[in-house]
Design a protein around this ligand. Structure first.
Ligand code: FAD
Ligand code: NAI
Length: 465
């Protein structure tokens, strides 16, 4: 280790894990540099992930409302059309304004931002585009990249990852999505709303893996009503490009005859892999876990002193807010404070219509662990606000400990589920019981009353059903 360092902290990667870690460390008085090989900060999330996908989901959701709901609301909008180029322009502007915001925050907090590929050459030492730098602490926040399947090569033209699917120049007539996980249903919804005939092929026998199974069935019914088609328990085995179409080969997941499906565009959405190449990890002997993610201790330290890692590149949910919480906790620890992340209270949200959100454990996980629990549900059909805004699909489910009534998990399928889950997350963060939430006054008429009623159902009985 050198004695004098150029920086207290060098962060590799300016995604939600890295840029937030850099900002927090600078706020706490450290001299910080944040390096990213992308021209613009913000990582996957701001450039090709959360933000552009939500901009397109928003635009297409408005279109869907205008097409299917306006008439019943007494609104007449004739000759409804959309302009894909304008929609993409707006999405690009949302992205460019948001990444500029990160640049502004770097300046405001005196974080040095550098564009270039960083390699760690030794503890405390890095190369960025041939330039040598030293830093007392190095944080790897290199994130993740899409994966594909054997025999399927992504060209971002006709066989695309989420990145290509965020910028298709025209609406494909037939879109096949491989994987009914988060990306599959979010981006599948975007293109289905714009007129594509979308078939989602999924290996498992249900969509949205990891979410509540019962609500996932309702979720599938809602998406099917909107026009998405699902082929479950089906494994895609290859894709062949022909001049007219991409031919996708698939088989029953349990084995059987191969079938072919034709598409104009194929979206491969079968997960993401951590980015661990190009960082010099092998030469340093930095240990990876069995899934190829960087192994750290509870304080985000790798097996090499002075080198830490956060975000998608380490184990756990691949979510922006998980990466951010880790970045903040690590920055605070490096500045001499105590900090930690509550991993049992990290929400997950799918931003479709209806939205699907969860925090904590699922019933399936509780059963598998033999935990005795109570479940209380409340459907949005019985919620006055949901009826007033004509969004009655879905329900709230609260799971609480049978002995102590402590909330163990909350699952919401319905309007604004991504916002409603914040109350449940806060409740879990504070170790609240179902009765605590049930006895809290909720404004009327709001969707949040459904959370209160589900909590009432978990510890006693609901009122409005
Ligand atoms: P990233 O954001 O991946 O950032 C890592 C950065 O490191 C990159 O910019 C990369 O260029 C840089 N880098 C890598 N190696 C080097 C190197 N050697 N030198 C210099 N720079 C390097 N999450 C949510 O929570 N909500 C959502 O709604 C959501 N939507 C998503 C939609 C899509 C389509 C996708 C693909 C992802 C979405 N995610 C969402 C996931 C989210 O984007 C990631 O969890 C998050 O970006 C992870 O943050 P990170 O900082 O760990 O890594
Ligand atoms: P995912 O892990 O959510 O889903 C992948 C799906 O592909 C699984 O259901 C899997 O069973 C299926 N699959 C795998 N191989 C298959 C095959 N051969 N044939 C058919 N199906 C197959 O991964 P996804 O959707 O690519 O998203 C990656 C990550 O990005 C997510 O884990 C999430 O963390 C993040 N993300 C988060 C968002 C959010 O928070 N709203 C939005 C988009 C992405």
């Amino acid at each position: 280790m050198p004695d004098n360092f150029d920086y207290d902290l060098a962060v590799i990667g300016a995604g939600p894990g890295g840029y937030v870690c850099a900002l927090r460390a600078a706020q706490l008085g450290l001299k910080v540099i944040c390096i990213d090989k992308r021209m613009t900060p913000g990582g996957t999330c701001l450039n090709v992930g959360c933000i552009p996908s939500k901009a397109l989901l928003h635009a297409t959701e408005r279109l869907e409302e205008a097409k299917n709901e306006f008439e019943s609301l007494g609104i007449e909008a004739d000759n409804l059309r959309f302009n894909l180029a304008r929609m993409m322009e707006r999405k690009n502007k949302v992205v460019s304004d948001t990444v500029k915001g990160v640049g502004f925050l770097f300046k405001k907090n005196n974080v040095t931002a550098r564009t270039g590929e960083a390699t760690i050459t030794a503890p405390g030492k890095l190369h960025v585009n041939g330039e040598k730098l030293t830093a007392r602490h190095i944080v790897i926040a290199s994130g993740s990249a899409p994966i594909s399947l054997p025999n399927i090569e992504i060209d971002e033209q006709t066989i695309v990852s989420s990145t290509g699917a965020l910028s298709l120049p025209k609406v494909p007539e037939r879109l096949v999505v491989i994987g009914a996980g988060v990306i599959g249903v979010e981006l599948g919804s975007v293109w289905q709303r714009l007129g594509a005939n979308v078939t989602v092929v999924e290996y498992a026998d249900h969509i949205a893996p990891g979410f509540d199974r019962g609500l996932s069935k309702q979720f599938q019914r809602s998406l099917t009503k909107q026009g998405l088609k699902f082929r479950l328990s089906t494994k895609v085995t290859g894709a062949e490009k022909t001049p007219d179409a991409v031919k996708i080969s698939m088989q029953p997941a349990a084995g059987g005859d191969t079938e072919t499906l034709e598409a104009d565009v194929v979206l491969v959405a079968v997960g993401r892999r951590p980015i661990t190449q190009g960082l010099g990890l092998e030469a340093l002997g930095i240990a990876l876990d069995k899934n190829g993610r960087i192994a750290t201790d509870a304080h985000y330290k790798t097996n090499v002193d002075g080198i830490y890692a956060v975000g998608d590149v380490i184990p756990g949910l691949m979510l922006a807010h998980k990466a951010e919480e880790e970045g903040i906790a690590l920055a605070e620890q490096l500045a001499g404070h105590a900090a930690h992340v509550r991993y049992d209270a990290i929400p997950s949200v799918i931003y479709t219509q209806p939205e699907f959100a969860m925090v904590g454990r699922t019933e399936e996980a509780l059963k598998a662990d033999g935990v005795e629990y109570r479940a209380g549900s409340f459907p949005f059909m019985a919620n006055a606000r949901a009826r007033a805004i004509a969004c009655t699909d879905g329900a709230v489910k609260v799971l609480s400990c049978a002995k102590t009534d402590k909330i163990l998990g909350v699952h919401i399928l319905g309007p604004c589920a991504g916002e409603l889950i914040a109350e449940a997350t806060l409740a879990m963060e504070f170790g609240a019981s179902a009765e605590d939430v049930a006895r809290t006054c909720h404004a009327h008429p709001t969707l949040s009353e459904a959370v209160k009623e589900a909590a009432m159902a978990a510890y006693d009985m609901p009122l409005h059903i």
